[in-house]
Design a protein around this ligand. Structure first.
Ligand code: HEC
Ligand code: HEC
Ligand code: HEC
Ligand code: HEC
Ligand code: HEC
Length: 184
């Protein structure tokens, strides 16, 4: 009887110790994730856009290819975001009764560009080239996640894209790792 009680007490002690040991591990996990790249989602500021542009509608329902709007992405450094005129190609007639489209129309009528807030932005001393990565066969989702499913909440960054992340992928895929490739 005594032996069984001791056994039970030992199990409870070990169990409690484990739980206590896991708490700092969890805290450490958050710290490690922040140090390695993106801070956890609950700490990241949500980026809002001047017009709530839904990617899912355009890619899935309207069946537009990413390159229809991000025209430079297969040939140049920057992907580029389309000018208002390109939206008006459709929205002179499509969904003109919706508030977000009326905002779009007013930019167009006033000849004003839409100042989209940048979601991904490397520091100025870093050089990134879209075309090389696309030609090498990497899908947009490798770095940007499933943008085709993103609705009016807007695109957010899902991959660290810090130096360690870039260099790791370069090592794994025989990409260049000289400092001068990525730094001016
Ligand atoms: C009808 C035009 C259109 C199509 C098609 C489109 N996009 Fe976009 N995209 C935009 C506009 C406008 C923005 C700027 C507003 C925003 O960030 O949501 C944008 C923003 C983005 C951003 C964030 C850019 C930043 O600021 O860092 C990414 C990444 C992106 N698009 C990827 C894609 C991918 C991948 C596809 C295909 C699955 C795609 N887009 C299809 C118009 C389009
Ligand atoms: C090839 C045609 C086409 C182009 C180009 C296009 N759109 Fe659209 N857009 C659509 C269609 C189709 C819908 C869905 C309309 C519906 O729900 O009936 C839509 C929906 C939208 C909506 C959601 C409207 C709402 O509140 O329901 C917004 C905002 C929008 N587009 C903005 C833009 C912007 C900004 C651009 C340029 C970067 C653009 N669109 C380019 C076809 C297009
Ligand atoms: C290897 C990773 C990677 C892949 C693959 C990739 N991107 Fe990007 N993208 C980035 C990085 C990094 C930035 C930020 C660049 C900067 O700040 O100079 C960016 C920025 C962007 C931007 C906003 C700024 C700009 O360049 O105009 C858009 C839009 C975009 N990407 C769309 C796309 C689309 C569409 C695809 C697929 C055809 C794609 N990206 C594939 C890493 C990637
Ligand atoms: C998913 C893997 C992957 C990621 C992530 C990635 N790269 Fe690359 N990158 C490659 C590969 C592979 C090559 C070599 C392509 C080739 O030469 O065919 C390359 C080539 C390059 C080049 C050489 C361009 C040229 O003109 O030859 C630059 C610059 C570059 N990457 C910058 C970056 C930066 C900066 C980041 C992070 C923000 C990054 N890459 C993230 C895989 C990646
Ligand atoms: C594949 C691309 C790539 C290569 C190769 C690369 N870097 Fe970077 N580096 C980046 C990116 C992206 C950033 C900005 C994001 C960050 O701070 O991690 C950066 C940031 C830095 C910073 C600034 C860090 C800070 O805290 O602001 C320094 C310094 C640096 N790199 C030095 C180097 C040196 C030295 C080498 C060669 C041994 C090198 N890099 C090779 C992509 C690269």
């Amino acid at each position: 009887m005594r032996a069984v009680q001791n056994q039970i007490r030992r199990v409870i002690l070990i169990g409690g110790g484990l739980v206590l040991a896991l708490v700092p591990l969890g805290v450490l996990g958050v710290v490690i994730v922040s140090a390695a790249g993106l801070p956890p989602a609950f700490l990241r500021p949500q980026i809002t856009q001047p017009i709530a542009f839904p990617h899912n509608t355009h890619v899935q329902a309207a069946r537009l290819d990413c390159t229809f709007c991000h025209r430079n992405v297969t040939t140049g450094d920057a992907a580029t975001v389309p000018a208002v005129e390109q939206c008006m190609f459709c929205h002179q007639v499509v969904a003109t009764d919706r508030p977000e489209i009326q905002k779009l129309i007013s930019y167009w009528q006033q000849n004003q560009p839409i100042n989209w807030n940048r979601v991904h932005r490397l520091p100025d001393h870093v050089h990134f080239v879209h075309s090389v990565h696309i030609q090498r066969g990497f899908a947009c989702s490798t770095c940007h996640g499933a943008v085709e499913n993103v609705g009016k909440e807007g695109v957010q960054q899902v991959r660290p894209l810090k130096m360690g992340d870039c260099v790791n992928c370069h090592r794994e895929n025989n990409g260049p790792t000289d400092c001068g490739v990525c730094h001016y």
